[in-house]
Write a protein that binds this ligand. Structure first.
Ligand code: C5J
Length: 224
């Protein structure tokens, strides 16, 4: 076990059973002209975590620990997008509508690709998820179980929507979860702060939180 300084108390990282999950670092949410931008959000806030997230991915690649990338993505025929989800938002800017980077949140469209700086490598798992959470209708739980994964380290966007939902789903399925605070972001700083507090409250009721530097130092200190 590698003890990682974290809130609310040190996280005991089990290197043989840990995977990184990078949530929805896709152009739709992060680049100008994407879904997030078209809804009036400041995408710069999300773009700013790309270097930290890249460093986190590099750390996992260097250890040959598994990496999972997710995308919020619907089928082109929208058969996996309930009307209750599609009908929200501004007309013309809804899921499946034509945007500046192709159809919004549709698999295969330019805007649905993970940003170039964080492109998955061959062998890394890429999960297209129709929900906010990574477990709903994806089969990822079975894949993680087959790999023997019991701990998940989380990064990505947005903290209070897809990251938090995925952490809560993971928590209920028995995973120990650690979120890297400076590798996740929200369009709303107060939502990010509140989410981290909710996660670590009540003795890590959802999981643990730590900055990347703490994880890096713990892992490098544990090297033989
Ligand atoms: C949102 C996400 N915010 N990836 N998706 O709709 O958090």
């Amino acid at each position: 076990m590698i003890p990682v300084p974290a809130r609310p108390y040190p996280f005991q990282l089990d290197p043989a059973h840990t995977a990184l999950v990078v949530i929805d670092m896709q152009r739709d949410f992060i680049e100008r002209g994407g879904f997030g931008d078209s809804l009036g959000n400041d995408v710069q806030r999300l773009k700013a975590i790309i270097p930290t997230t890249a460093a986190l991915i590099s750390l996992f690649r260097a250890q040959a620990w598994p990496i999972i990338h997710t995308r919020e993505a619907h089928k082109p025929d929208l058969s996996d997008c309930p009307p209750a989800k599609r009908n929200r938002g501004k007309p013309g800017l809804r899921i499946g509508d034509a945007g500046a980077m192709g159809r919004i949140l549709i698999a295969g469209e330019p805007g649905n690709q993970i940003v170039a700086e964080l492109s998955p490598l061959d062998g890394e798992v890429v999960v297209d998820k129709p929900g906010k959470g990574m477990f709903y209708a994806t089969g990822i739980h079975e894949r993680l179980k087959a790999l023997g994964i019991t701990q998940l380290v989380f990064a990505g966007v947005t903290t209070e929507v897809c990251v938090q939902t995925s952490m809560r789903e993971a928590n209920d399925r028995g995973y120990e979860c650690l979120v890297i605070e400076d590798a996740t972001e929200s369009y709303f700083p107060q939502f990010k702060a509140a989410t981290i507090e909710m996660i670590v409250a009540q003795g890590a009721i959802v999981g643990w939180a730590t900055p990347l530097a703490s994880l890096e130092q713990a892992v490098s200190g544990a090297r033989p």
